[in-house]
Design a protein around this ligand. Structure first.
Ligand code: ATP
Ligand code: MG
Length: 518
C-alpha cells in the first residue's frame, strides 16, 4: 500500500462494496492544494491526521491547527483498537503499524505550546483592519498610520506602539491630514477602542517579539521526517477573527518569505486551514481577491494549502477552483439549502459512471469519503468512494503531562519563551513628547522673562523696524514651525532607528504583510 512519492489515503470500493484499489495523493501534485469537507463527526480531523502523518513521513513539514484538542494525539504512538484494526483489515492495509510523530506545539497564548507571535508592522494594515472589523474610514486611518510608521520608520511592534502612534496622529491630526489625507479624530478614537478590546482578549501576547521565524516551521528531524507544527486553537477559537487573521498572516508570511521553486518533487510545507469558513465569513471582496491570489501563487513556492470545512460552499468559487485534491466526507441533506450544498459538492468532482455522487455523499459512513486527487498532467482523477485508512498515531488528545514532555524536548524550546521589548514607536514617541514638552516649557520661560515689544496684549511701535513681522505673527510662525519639526523630527529620528532595527526598507506584499528585501 505504501508507495514512494505517494500518500496512501485509503481504499476505494466497487458498487458491490468489494475492494477496488488504493487511493493516493501524489506528492508531486500535493502543492495543487486541497479541500477536506464533511458534516460534523464524519471524519475530517482523522483525515487531516493521516495526511499530516504521511507528509511527515515523506519529509514534508506540516502546519495545522488543533481546534478541539483532539489532534494533539498525533505526537503519541497509536494503540490497538478493535475498530482501527477492523478498518485496516477491511481495506487490505497490511503495512498498518503504530508510530509517533515529531510534533512542535504552538500557542498564541503560550499555554499549550511555544509562543507564536508577530509584530503589527509585519502584519500590516489590511489584515489588522480585518482583525478589528474596521469600517472604511477606520481602514483609511490605519493605512495612514502604517504609512507614517513605514515611511518614518516607527516600528509598530505591539499594541501600545499603535496606540501611541494613534494618539500622536490625533494630537497632530491637522498636520498629518495635510500630508497624508484626511484623518478623522472619531475614527482614530474608535480604532483605539477596538485595540483595547483586542488587548482584553489577550492579543497583547500575540503582538510582540521575538516574532516567529518561518524556518522554525520547516524543520525536519535527523531521520528525515517533517516536523508537524500543531497550533493549539481551542482557546483561540473564542476569538474567531484572531484565529483566521492569524492563519491568513501566516500563509501570507510563507508566501512572502519562501523562494520560488516551481513544481518540486514534494511540497516544502503543507498548511492545513481548519474551520476555513471563518476566513471568508463576511470578508470584504478585496480580501477574498487577495487570498485567491496568494493561494494561486503560493503553489510555486512549494506550499500546499488544504482547507478544512464542513461544506464546499463555505469557500468562494475563485478559491475553490484552485483546490485540486478533494476529500468529501458525508453531508446531510434534509433542508433545501443542504440539498443544494450536496449538489454543489457533487458537481465539483470528475464523475464516476458507477455511481451518482450526490446520492453517495449523503450515505457515506464515518471515515469514508469521496476522493479525487490530481494525477499525471494535472488532471483530477475520477472520483472514488473511499474508506480512509486508520491513523498510526493516537486517536484523541495527549494528557497535559505528555504535552509538556513533547515541549521539553522541542527544537524551539527556549527560543520564544520570553518577551522582548525593544525600542519602537511607543518609546520613540514618548521621548519625543517629553522633549517637545521640555522645549515648550523653555519657550514659555523665555516668553515670561523677555518679551521685547509686547506688554500684555498691547503692541508698542516698532521705531523703524515696522517691516518686521509683529510678535503675534512671529509667534504663530514659530509655533507652526515648531510643531512641524516635532512631526518631522519624530519621523526622521525614527527612520534611523527603524532602519537599523528592521534592517531594510519596508515593502508590503499582497496581503499587506511585510516583505524583507535582502
Ligand atoms: N479513517 C478512520 N478510521 C477509523 N475511524 C475513523 C476514521 N475517521 C473517523 N473515524 C471515527 O470517527 C470519529 C469522528 O471523526 P472526526 O473527529 O475526524 O470527525 P470530524 O469530521 O472532524 O468531526 P467534527 O466536525 O466534529 O470535528 C473518530 O473519533 C473515529 O472514531
Ligand atoms: Mg474535527
Amino acid at each position: 500500500m505504501l508507495e514512494q512519492g505517494k500518500i496512501y489515503i485509503g481504499t476505494s470500493r466497487k458498487p458491490d462494496d468489494t475492494i477496488n484499489k488504493p487511493e493516493y495523493l501524489d506528492l508531486r501534485y500535493a502543492n495543487r492544494h486541497g479541500l477536506i469537507t464533511g458534516a460534523t463527526g464524519t471524519g475530517k480531523t482523522v483525515t487531516l491526521q493521516i495526511l499530516a502523518e504521511s507528509f511527515s513521513n515523506a519529509g514534508v513539514p506540516v502546519f495545522c491547527a488543533d481546534i478541539k484538542g483532539d489532534l494533539s494525539g498525533i505526537a503519541a504512538m497509536g494503540e490497538f483498537k478493535d475498530f482501527l484494526d477492523k478498518r485496516a483489515k477491511e481495506i487490505g492495509f497490511t503495512d498498518y503499524d503504530f508510530q509517533e510523530f515529531p510534533v512542535i506545539f504552538w500557542d498564541l497564548y503560550g499555554e499549550k505550546g511555544h509562543r507564536i507571535r508577530t509584530t503589527l508592522t509585519e502584519m500590516g494594515p489590511l489584515l489588522l483592519s480585518r482583525l478589528i472589523n474596521a469600517t472604511d474610514a477606520q481602514e483609511g486611518v490605519l493605512n495612514i498610520a502604517f504609512k507614517i510608521a513605514d515611511e518614518g520608520g516607527l516600528p509598530l511592534l505591539d499594541l501600545k506602539d499603535l496606540q501611541a502612534l494613534l494618539n500622536y496622529m490625533g494630537e497632530n491630526a491637522q498636520e498629518f491630514s495635510n500630508k497624508f489625507g484626511f484623518i478623522s479624530k472619531a475614527s482614530v478614537g474608535s480604532i483605539q477602542r477596538e485595540l483595547l478590546i483586542l488587548e482584553q482578549q489577550g492579543a497583547t501576547k500575540f503582538f510582540s517579539e521575538p516574532a516567529l521565524k518561518i524556518s522554525d516551521l520547516m524543520r525536519t528531524t535527523n531521520d528525515g521526517r517533517g516536523a508537524i507544527s500543531v497550533l493549539a486553537a481551542d482557546k483561540l477559537m473564542m476569538n474567531p477573527r484572531l484565529y483566521s487573521t492569524f492563519l491568513l498572516w501566516l500563509m501570507s508570511e510563507l508566501f512572502e518569505e519562501l523562494p520560488e521553486v516551481g513544481d518540486p518533487e514534494k511540497p516544502k510545507l503543507v498548511f492545513f486551514f481548519d474551520e476555513a469558513h471563518l476566513l471568508f465569513k463576511d470578508a470584504p471582496k478585496v480580501l477574498i481577491e487577495r487570498v485567491e491570489q496568494v493561494v494561486r501563487l503560493i503553489r510555486s513556492k512549494g506550499v500546499g494549502v488544504y482547507f478544512v470545512t464542513q461544506n464546499p460552499m463555505d469557500i468562494p468559487q475563485t478559491v475553490l477552483a484552485q483546490l485540486g485534491n478533494r476529500i468529501q466526507h458525508a453531508l446531510r441533506a434534509y433542508t433545501p439549502m443542504e440539498q443544494k450544498a450536496v449538489r454543489t459538492a457533487a458537481d465539483t468532482f470528475r464523475q464516476n459512471p458507477d455511481f451518482d455522487c450526490a446520492e453517495v455523499i449523503t450515505t457515506l459512513g464515518t471515515g469514508e469519503a469521496l476522493v479525487s486527487t490530481i494525477e499525471a498532467k494535472g488532471a483530477p482523477s475520477i472520483v472514488e468512494r473511499t474508506l480512509i485508512r486508520p491513523p498510526s498515531s493516537r486517536l484523541g488528545p495527549l494528557t497535559e503531562g505528555e504535552r509538556k514532555q513533547v515541549m521539553d524536548v522541542s527544537p524551539v524550546r527556549g527560543l520564544y519563551d520570553e518577551d522582548f521589548d525593544r525600542e519602537s514607536a511607543f518609546e520613540i514617541l514618548t521621548r519625543k513628547a517629553e522633549e517637545a514638552a521640555k522645549q515648550q516649557a523653555q519657550e514659555e520661560e523665555k516668553k515670561a522673562t523677555r518679551q521685547p515689544g509686547t506688554i500684555g496684549g498691547w503692541t508698542l511701535p516698532g521705531f523703524g523696524t515696522e517691516d518686521k513681522p509683529t510678535t503675534t505673527q512671529r509667534q504663530q510662525k514659530r509655533s507652526g514651525y515648531q510643531r512641524e519639526t516635532v512631526v518631522e523630527a519624530a519621523m526622521k529620528s525614527a527612520a534611523r532607528s527603524a532602519a537599523t532595527a528592521l534592517g531594510a526598507a519596508i515593502v508590503r506584499g499582497i496581503l499587506g504583510s511585510l516583505t524583507r528585501r535582502r
